[in-house]
Design a protein around this ligand. Structure first.
Ligand code: NDP
Ligand code: HSE
Length: 435
């Protein structure tokens, strides 16, 4: 397989994505870009997608990292192992030994991006990760181009295919959360341990990377406010539909200039979106991003956010970039320092779902507590079909209130009191809409 003066590639981790890269490189690369697959690092070549490749090209398989790191023909390593342990150590060592690294590992970049990017610069090597955010959608390349003019002011996106699939199914087929999740697992959309997706961690990793490409600043994932989709129930979708809204897991960031300070508002939340918002129409496992630029104005990007070949296509585009350009692309360097806006200071239109043991005076008491915090009610709905006979024969009921816009801090001053009331079956569920 070796060719002189060409870009030998080693794939580390030949699972779903790594095998997609092998396939594109072997079957579909056209033109003389010099890229060729030289080695594959895999623990067990007899299982999963590696098996087929082990039968085709057993000579490419190695099981120790040294044979890749010491091979002068290997110029680029594709890291598709995943995780933040071995993958981090291996990437740092590869850069140190003069290899370029291309990856889809969003967990690693979001948590150790500052260290890895600095290392790649000091070693004068590429560290590229187009595939880590929104799969086949070339959003990072676009942001790298726009960084020079500090153009992008706002971004909101559907960055997780698994959760978007679940939300679309709940909305269109009126299936409950658990049932939809199980179906998504059976169809291979959701992993057996779906925590990273449904709790929003995956989308938050991607938002950290996008924020870096927009502002040149690494934010620690844990600093970004996050809520997942696992508290949503069918009445939320039914209410949203009557209000002309869809519910989507939205990753959002916005630059805010206030009193001479540069703030960055960033969060990942299930949100209500009006039907005219382009993201409200994104169904299934598709990803999408809406960007607002100072000069470029509105840009929408839609495409496949995951899967073997779509993700691999982004890796191969990075490999082509390395083959075209020996010099690493300069990092987005930060000239304005941004402070993360405390989530409590964010304003939304909030929709509250209450599930209570039915008794007289509940709405009155809630209204009084909201009024004490200066919060005005915009809409209120309690329908006959939401009455149930629950535990110990006590009647329960679900009702929903949409509030006039207020800050998160003011809202929680009231909700902390309401959640203590003895009639509350579970804490209020909050859905938000951007203003
Ligand atoms: P897989 O689990 O399918 O593949 C990872 C492969 O790496 C497995 O074959 C695994 O073997 C192997 N591996 C793990 N540790 C080592 C090691 N120490 N040495 C050698 N091989 C090792 O994961 P994916 O392909 O789905 O994901 C890879 C990366 O791409 C992750 O960072 C993921 O977040 C990212 N990504 C994935 C997308 C997708 O659609 N799947 C989309 C976008 C990004 P074993 O099974 O033995 O552990
Ligand atoms: N689990 C992720 C998703 C894979 O569902 O979008 C792509 O990063």
């Amino acid at each position: 397989m070796s060719k002189t003066n060409h870009f030998g590639i080693a794939i580390a981790g030949l699972g779903t994505v790594g095998s997609g890269v092998a396939k594109i490189l072997s079957d579909h690369q056209v033109g003389d870009n010099g890229l060729f697959l030289k080695s594959i690092l895999e623990r067990d070549p007899e299982k999963g997608p590696a098996r087929e490749w082990f039968q085709k090209i057993p000579e490419a398989f190695v099981n120790d990292q040294e044979s890749i790191l010491q091979d002068p023909e290997i110029k680029v390593i594709v890291e598709t192992i995943g995780g933040t342990g071995f993958a981090r150590e291996f990437t740092l060592e590869a850069l140190k030994r003069g290899k370029h690294v291309v990856t889809a590992n969003k967990d690693l970049i979001a948590t150790h991006g500052a260290e890895l990017c600095a290392k790649s610069q000091s070693c004068n090597r590429h560290y590229l990760f187009e595939a880590a955010v929104a799969g086949a959608i070339p959003v990072l390349s676009l942001l790298r181009e726009y960084f020079q003019t500090r153009d992008i002011l706002e971004l909101e996106g559907i960055l997780n295919g698994t959760t978007n699939y679940i939300l679309s199914e709940m909305e269109t087929r009126s299936l409950g959360f658990e049932e939809t999740l199980k179906q998504a697992q059976e169809l291979g959309f959701a992993e057996q341990d779906p925590t990273n997706d449904i709790k929003g961690y995956d989308a938050r990793y991607k938002l950290v990377i996008l924020a870096y490409l927009i502002c040149g600043q690494w934010i620690s994932p844990s600093e970004i406010y996050l809520e997942g989709i696992d508290r949503l129930e069918l009445p939320d979708f039914e209410y949203a539909s009557r209000m002309g809204r869809s519910i989507k897991l939205i990753a959002r960031m916005r630059r805010v200039e206030e009193k001479g300070n540069n703030y960055l508002q960033a969060f990942v939340l299930p949100m209500m979106l009006p039907r005219e918002n382009v993201l409200s129409k994104i169904d299934g496992s598709t990803n999408a991003l809406s960007l607002k630029g100072r000069f470029s104005e509105d840009i929408s990007l839609i495409g496949k956010g995951a899967g073997s070949l779509p993700t691999a296509s982004a890796i191969v585009s990075d490999l082509n970039r390395v083959a075209r350009n020996e010099k690493p692309i300069p990092l987005p360097s930060n000239t304005e320092l941004f402070q993360l806006m405390p989530f409590n200071e964010s304003f939304f239109r909030h929709t509250l779902r209450f599930e209570v043991y039915d008794e007289p005076g509940i709405v009155g008491m809630i209204g009084k507590i909201l009024a004490e915090s200066g919060i005005n009610i915009y809409a209120l709905e309690q329908l006959p079909q939401y009455h149930r006979i629950g535990d110990a024969e006590r009647e329960s009921v679900i009702f929903t209130i949409t509030l006039e816009p207020c800050s998160e801090g003011v809202l929680w001053e009231a909700l902390d009191k309401i959640n203590l009331a003895s009639f509350m079956i579970q804490p209020v569920n909050v859905l938000r809409e951007s203003l």
